[in-house]
Ligand binder design. Structure first.
Ligand code: AMP
Length: 117
């Protein structure tokens, strides 16, 4: 938990957000500036700034695997798995990361605009 981290505040219920999914390790909620009809952020509950801060540990393998599997599950639930969707993790300044708490974007359905990459 980082006091100044917006996603930690969501995990801690200090910022009210509709939680789409939650388990022991991760949480998912809608991106508040969505680029598509389905635009969900899946985050670890633990504060980890970016992929640079992951370790080659079973704990982190499990965590990052969980993020992907939750994205898969939500894509099925939202009805976008057949058509396909985009998963995105940004890292650091050059990667365009705005919120320094690892998050996986799940994007699909009707696109407002479709980033090329
Ligand atoms: P990134 O550029 O990968 O760091 O993406 C950060 C994303 O977090 C952006 O798409 C923002 O729209 C989104 N975001 C920032 N603050 C919030 C919030 N309080 N609730 C939901 N989404 C947020």
């Amino acid at each position: 938990m980082r006091k100044d981290c917006v996603f930690c505040k969501i995990v801690n219920r200090e910022i009210a957000t509709k939680i789409i999914f939650e388990d022991d390790l991760v949480m998912a909620f809608n991106d508040n500036n969505s680029v598509a009809s389905v635009h969900i952020l899946i985050i670890p509950k633990e504060h980890i700034e970016s992929t640079n801060d992951l370790t080659e540990s079973e704990k982190n393998e499990k965590l990052m695997g969980r993020l992907i599997l939750v994205a898969r599950k939500l894509a099925i639930e939202k009805g976008i798995s057949e058509a396909g969707y985009k998963l995105l993790v940004r890292t650091g300044k050059e990667g365009g990361q705005e919120v320094p708490h690892i998050h996986l974007h799940l994007m699909g359905g009707d696109w407002k605009f479709k980033p090329n990459i």
